[in-house]
Design a protein. Sequence first.
Lengths: 222, 277
Amino acid sequence: MIRLSHVSKQYDQRPALSDVTLEIGKGEFVLLMGPSGAGKSTLLRMLIGAERPDEGEIFVHQKNVTMLKRSEVPYLRRKVGTVFQDFRLLPKKSVFDNVALPLLVQGASSADIRRKVTEALRAVGVEHKRDQLPAGLSTGEQQRVCIARAIVNGPVVLLADEPTGNLDPALTSEIIELFKLINARGTTVVVATHDPQVMALVNRRVLTLSQGRLLPEERVLG
Amino acid sequence: MVAILTTTFTLACVGVFLLLYVNLRAAAGWLQDDIKIMVYLDERLASDSVAEVERQLRGDRAVASLLFISKEQALGEFKAQFPSESHLLEGLGQNPLPASFVVALSPFFRSPDAVKRWAERVRQVSGVSKVDYNQDWIDALATVIRSIELVAIGIGVILSAAAVTIIANTIRLTLFARRDEIAILRLIGATTSFIRIPYLLEGAVLGALGSTLSLVMLKVMYELFRQQMRTTGRFSGIENFMAFFPPSVCLALVAVGMGLGFAGSFVSIRRFGEVKA
């Protein structure tokens, strides 16, 4: 599903990623661990075509992301859901409208939007908050809405960058359970985190980055 | 709202100038209408030869109108215009004034060069003794018209650029205020056109609204000015010669405003560039 081959990237002569080669199969749940500045976010941004590597190739869902034209990037992003630490919800739009956004940009019919948004909100357990504005939600609920927006399209891959960074341990556990559920439905999930609690909760394959380099892998079978 | 008003005022400046230009150009046109060329005929030209010259002149596509003045009419006019000098002619025994045609040229043949060429050509026609017109006046008028046009183009370009810049800045501010929203839209797979089109439309609507409002403002100012002219009695009659833009020009101005708004928005979006996802 995801393949990186000798990927390197520098920012102002400072290496962000150095010769990273890895492969993530369809339906896998992978944790991308490492301290801040290890290159986790750079790697995730490359997977959605927001950054281009200086060297190497990246394949997502059989598409060579490094060769994608600018105009093709949006179509890649429609297959890849993204979840962020800071949620990135539109503050003036209701929960429903926020989750509807990915469908809206694809020109889905309103009936389709209603059905899929309702399903996504139900899946993450915030269906009852559909008409509220993000500011009226707790942080846990905001992250759930963010996850609903990421899965409403039925993406093949779900990428999450420090999704529990703003959450307390109880909420962290809830959100990880949600990712496991999504993964159980066949979606490949990649979660970047530096939180050891998440590693303990997930108990799956762990990729560790340190100063832009991928460390030898430790596989934990859950 | 501020953007609409700024656009309105800028486009109103364009409008004021355009209105001035249209009226000055029209005034210059009337003056050009007054350009008359005298075609004097040979003394003792037989009446069928006069008819032949008239036929030739009438057949000329440069000629808009033609008026024949016989020797007798010329003498009558001279006496009417200069009653105290009429005794000068009496001593000569016979009427020394030649018969002539007063020719007005059609608009396409009123440039100094065209008038000159036409006069030289007609001078060769048999039966014509002299062709007379006021070369200096025609040259001066052409220079005035050319200057008005040049200044109009210059100011029009400057003010249009100002309108584009204002709208571009307005849209840039909007883009800046919505940069997070744009970044989110990019992340969830919105295409560039999906993101750009609303801003381009916003610019076009801004331009169209601005130009419509500026036209309304101009019309009000124009009517007030006319009324002022009528009541004070100064420059009496000038209000009858003043004209506002015809509806087609008004529509064209709204379209131009829309185009400028669209252009401003486009410039802004291009400069704002790709918001990094």
